[in-house]
Design a protein around this ligand. Structure first.
Ligand SMILES: [Zn+2]
Length: 239
């Protein structure tokens, strides 16, 4: 299946928090978007891998994405090595995405920066013809390198290189985030408090989008860092 955008996160919910509104907007524009979660988030303090599976598929439905798969790498302990890179390369060659969006380049959770570098490296390697891969014992896969890799912003306030106007899509984003009922603010939950289960954190997701929007003269925006300069045909193409 050919995708326009492949959004990847270390944990189910990373993609929603980082770029949920951008995804909802592109889906509404008719783009084909898929999500890959690297792990099942099994080390998360609240909920279980099973509850996260259910929440992730509910959220995928809310966002209207075309596919969502889980790589089942080890939460907290996966590494950026040849074995993991090859698994990601197989998925990139299968989906042939024009764009890949992935974790923040640096963050509080060690899996975020690690996942970011792993996906970025796999996107490069995926374009090399001499790396041979087969998905599920099928035919040799063609090399494929996405046109660009963008990194969303997570816990830390990273200065974006480019922002996307997501006005009109913030409520869809928040709905997809809150599909992870075990993870976020819920005054009725009896599970331990975590940094992301506070009301402050949930509020910060919506507020960051509002603040980035304010800075570029729109209602809401999501920010990204780039791996090479973002180029336009004309300066008039920029908002
Ligand atoms: Zn995460």
């Amino acid at each position: 299946m050919k995708l326009d955008i492949l959004a990847i996160g270390a944990h189910p919910d990373d993609v929603e928090l980082g770029c949920g509104a951008t995804i909802a907007k592109e889906v509404s524009n008719g783009k084909k978007v898929g999500i890959i979660d690297l792990t099942r988030g099994e080390l998360g303090t609240r909920g279980t891998a099973e509850t996260r599976d259910v929440e992730a598929s509910k959220s995928a439905e809310i966002l209207g994405v075309h596919s969502r798969v889980n790589m089942k790498f080890a939460d907290g302990f996966f590494v950026n090595d040849k074995i993991h890179q090859l698994e990601i390369i197989k998925m990139i060659r299968y989906y042939k995405p024009e764009l890949v969006i992935c974790n923040a380049i640096d963050d509080r959770h060690i899996d975020h920066g690690k996942g970011s570098q792993l996906v970025s490296d796999a996107c490069f390697l995926s374009g090399l013809i001499k790396i041979e891969t087969r998905l599920d014992g099928g035919l040799n896969q063609e090399p494929w390198r996405p046109k660009a890799v963008y990194h969303y912003i997570q816990w830390k306030d990273i200065e974006p290189d480019v922002v996307v106007d997501v006005t009109g899509f913030i409520s869809k984003k928040m709905e997809s985030v809150l599909a992870y009922e075990t993870q976020f603010y819920d005054p009725k939950s009896e599970e331990p408090e975590t940094p992301i289960s506070s009301k402050n954190f949930t509020d910060s997701i919506a507020y960051r989008a509002r603040n980035l929007g304010r800075l570029v003269g729109v209602e809401h925006a999501e920010g990204y860092t780039v791996e090479r300069y973002a180029a336009v045909d004309s300066l008039f193409d920029l908002k």
